[in-house]
Design a protein around this ligand. Structure first.
Ligand SMILES: *Cc1c(COP(=O)(O)O)cnc(C)c1O
Length: 363
């Protein structure tokens, strides 16, 4: 019996060749491929600057550092996300303020953000759940005029997605956008991430925080101005990224076809795509009555599904900080019923028929 996971990378001969080429070149890291990949991301998204890093988690961390957040600042994000969207604030000692989601998109709700904004709010991290952009214009309109509040988009799910007339990552409605290239995401570098921005000051800070806080490197000389990290991407990873990004439009087309197929053939409760969105879908979550039993039965018939996500505020670490079950009812209700079906570009039409018929057997 064929086994399907919820996500899977798509690797071609070209991808393999581009990695081998780097292995036979003089630079395994800090070479030309990283710059080439950054340029390709700028061209694709329309952003002015891009800094490639070794994961989206690292990208979120240096974006927080570049925004200058620390001890007494509040960072607003969604509870319906992967841990890293919130943890990046904690790395800098800042407080995480979760904000409930819209039931039909599982995206952070601008109305809820408005209720949580205080003079301590320094950053808002909208998470583009399943690949669908948050309502960025509505979020931007909430910003106070008398002081700076940064918007850092967690677009780990959303490379290839459009919001209105812009690509996610263009930073038209934000200060920085962070992508992930983990193998389950839409394009991969094994592990990897990137931060885009249109702001030159932030760009220079991101570059420095990626590499030990070093500035003005020339010949043997450099100045360490602040405490940075080693979050660099290798040329081996970047070469795979350069090759993968060429197929991004094709991936998007196929991902949308699969979503459409499931919508038409399963007719189960699923996310609603808003009029402002043209998503490169990363996930296809459905809502089922008895999720535990559905998960177990699916596993028995070769469908390895996944739950996205356990609301972050309910994790033991965040409960110790004072959060509890019941704090964000929309996110919690969504979590009780959600389960993500297989969604990746290498699924054939026969695979889709097979998956749908298996699901119908266990509903
Ligand atoms: C995957 C993911 C991350 C972290 O990405 P890594 O590249 O694995 O560090 C962050 N946020 C969201 C929403 C994710 O799905």
């Amino acid at each position: 019996m064929k086994v399907y996971n919820y996500g899977k990378q798509s690797i071609t001969e070209d991808d393999i060749k581009s990695v081998i080429d780097v292995l036979q070149s003089p630079y395994l890291t800090c070479g030309p491929k990283v710059k080439e990949f950054e340029k390709a991301i700028c061209e694709y998204t329309g952003a002015k600057y891009c800094v490639a890093v070794n994961s989206a988690t690292s990208g979120l961390h240096i974006a927080m550092l570049a925004a200058g957040i620390g001890g007494d600042d509040d960072v607003i994000t969604s509870p319906m996300t992967f841990l890293a969207s919130a943890n990046c604030a904690r790395y800098c000692g800042a407080n995480v303020v979760f904000t409930d989601v819209e039931p039909e998109t599982a995206n952070i709700d601008p109305v809820e953000i408005k209720k949580q904004l205080t003079p301590k709010t320094k950053v808002i991290v909208p998470v583009h759940f399943a690949g669908q952009s948050c309502n960025m214009e509505a979020i931007q309109k909430l910003l106070p005029v008398d002081r700076k509040v940064y918007i850092i988009e967690d677009a780990a799910h959303a490379i290839g997605s459009d919001y209105k007339d812009t690509k996610v990552g263009s930073c038209k409605y934000s200060d920085m956008t962070v992508f992930s290239f983990h193998p389950v995401k839409t394009i991969t570098t094994g592990e990897g991430g990137a931060v885009t921005t249109n702001n030159e000051v932030l760009y220079k800070k991101l570059l420095a925080f990626r590499s030990h806080g070093m500035h003005h490197t020339q010949d043997w000389k450099y100045d360490m101005v602040e405490l940075g990290l080693n979050y660099r991407m290798t040329d081996i990873q970047a070469a795979l990224g350069c090759s993968q990004i060429k197929r991004l439009e094709q991936f998007k087309k196929r991902r949308r076809e699969i979503v459409d197929y499931y919508n038409r053939n399963l007719r189960l409760p699923h996310l609603v795509e808003k009029e402002y969105s043209n998503a490169c879908f990363h996930l296809y979550p459905i809502l089922v009555e008895d999720r535990k039993s559905f998960y177990d039965k699916a596993k028995e018939i070769g469908l390895n599904l996944q739950v996205h996500y356990i609301p972050v505020h309910t994790q033991p670490y965040y409960q110790k900080l004072g959060y509890k079950w019941g704090d964000y009812p929309n996110a919690e209700k969504y979590y009780e019923h959600c389960i993500s079906l297989p969604l990746y570009p290498d699924l054939t039409n026969e695979d889709l028929e097979d998956i749908v018929s298996r699901i119908k057997r266990i509903l």
